[in-house]
Design a protein around this ligand. Structure first.
Ligand SMILES: [Zn+2]
Length: 87
């Protein structure tokens, strides 16, 4: 199975595009836009910036091996029920 490890990220702030190489054994959680220096984080429910802003999802998602793999921490979290840290 071929896994595409290059993904083009598109900045949602200024639309700058940047080609990044995805590590297959780790996930990239933050990406700093080279143009406007915005520090991008994945959208709620996405495991990494490639899934949120890239044209190719991260390797674990491509292989369908998302159960406990890479940085996906259990259940995807809906945007309206983001866990509250207060206890
Ligand atoms: Zn930007």
């Amino acid at each position: 199975m071929n896994i595409e490890t290059r993904s083009t990220l598109t900045c949602p702030v200024c639309a700058q595009r940047g080609l990044e190489i995805m590590p297959v054994d780790a996930c990239l959680y933050f990406w700093e836009c080279p143009a406007c220096k915005s520090l991008l984080k994945p959208k709620p429910g996405d495991c990494c910036v490639f899934c949120s802003y890239g044209d190719v999802p991260c390797p674990p998602v491509q292989t369908g091996n998302t159960d406990g793999a890479c940085c996906s921490l259990g259940e995807p979290v809906p945007a309206d029920s983001f866990p509250k840290l207060s206890k």
